[in-house]
Design a protein around this ligand. Structure first.
Ligand code: ADE
Ligand code: ZN
Length: 338
């Protein structure tokens, strides 16, 4: 047992990088397949989990795209999102910024309002039952065209109030951020917060491009930024928040092993890093499992974990007074714990 685990488990925190479709556990996948008459590729929950061995991002994406095919009705999206909030509440998550992939659903004939209503109702209920606040981040698939991303932005217009930001995900290599400069310009004009996955499998130049060309508020992953010392210093100076996902990085072979994860180096270089689960059902753990795995492998101190949790609130899209309240609760917890 990791001796820091009790401290981690009760640490108030925000999760800023979690794809709702990536929280679909195989048990729910089978239940929804049955409910909706969808045929699955694997015969059992165990076989499905055993298939979650990925040599790279694309191998994961292939299974991830198949998995989400069981999500069909508003109730399915509600159940999926509610299950995440239950887990998050158990992990002392006070605020969650949840990604979703509209193109993964509209491409299968699911109406925008079907997934939006299911997700939104679960967010409302989680606020009432658990006191968890949340924001929604709509991601564009970067292997598709900018034209298609613009269509997503247009389709989202009736739901504008419920969506805080836009992001960029799926296959990174060969799809630089600049490909989406036009849709990001339009999203900024419409008041969306801007995020992008960058420097997960792609190079440091993609992180730079996401910052300089897309003008993003926050970087998802950003590991490769360390390869560019000048960029690293700039991100540290500007306090640009990175949403790092340790178990994901190991499972997708972005890093060789947890002991060589760059999180400690990122902290030492002054980067505002956070710890997140990315796709917890596929990568073997929720947010506290990520904190614990990286703490143990790198020997992070309580002070460093406190810093990471602070970054999760300061880097969130909460308003200033909510941030202050969450930070006060966090600081009081750490004070009491010592
Ligand atoms: N979609 C879901 N998880 C992702 C990841 N880790 N990278 C890119 N796209 C994703
Ligand atoms: Zn991600």
């Amino acid at each position: 047992m990791n001796e820091m685990r009790p401290f981690i488990d009760s640490l108030p925190k925000a999760e800023l990088h979690m794809h709702i479709e990536g929280s679909l556990e195989p048990e729910m996948m089978f239940a929804l397949a049955e409910r909706n008459g969808v045929r699955l590729r694997f015969g059992s929950v165990e076989e499905t989990r055993a298939a979650y061995r990925f040599g790279c991002l694309q191998e994961f994406l292939d299974l991830f795209f198949q998995g989400m095919a069981v999500l069909r009705s508003e109730q399915d999206f509600y159940d999926l999102t509610w299950a995440y909030f239950e887990r998050a509440h158990g992990d002392c998550v006070r605020h969650a910024e949840i990604f979703f992939d509209p193109q993964g659903h509209t491409s299968r004939g699911i109406a925008f309002e079907t997934f939006m209503q299911g997700i939104q109702q679960a967010r409302i209920d989680a606020g009432k039952v658990f006191g968890i606040t949340s924001e929604l981040i709509m991601c564009f698939w970067r292997h598709l065209s900018e034209r298609e991303a613009l269509e997503v932005l247009e389709a989202a217009a009736p739901f504008r109030d419920g969506i805080t930001g836009v992001g960029l995900d799926a296959a990174e290599r060969g799809h630089p951020p600049g490909k989406f400069a036009g849709v990001y310009r339009r999203a900024r004009e419409q008041g969306y917060r801007l995020l992008a996955h960058a420097g997960e499998e792609g190079p440091a130049s993609y992180v730079r491009e996401a910052v300089e060309v897309l003008g993003i508020d926050r970087i998802d992953h950003g590991n490769a930024a360390l390869d560019d010392p000048e960029l690293t210093r700039r991100l540290a100076r500007e306090g640009k928040v990175l949403t790092v996902c340790p178990l994901s990085n190991v499972r997708l072979a972005v890093v060789d092993c947890m002991a060589r994860h760059p999180l400690k180096t990122m902290l030492d270089r002054g980067l505002a890093v956070t710890v997140n689960s990315d796709d917890p059902a596929y990568f073997g753990g929720y947010i506290n499992d990520n904190y614990a795995a990286v703490q143990e492998a790198l020997g992070l101190t309580g002070e460093e974990l406190h810093r990471i949790a602070r970054n999760s609130f300061t880097g969130s899209f909460l308003d200033e007074s909510s941030k202050a309240a969450r930070l006060a609760e966090l600081d009081a917890y750490v004070e009491r714990y010592h």
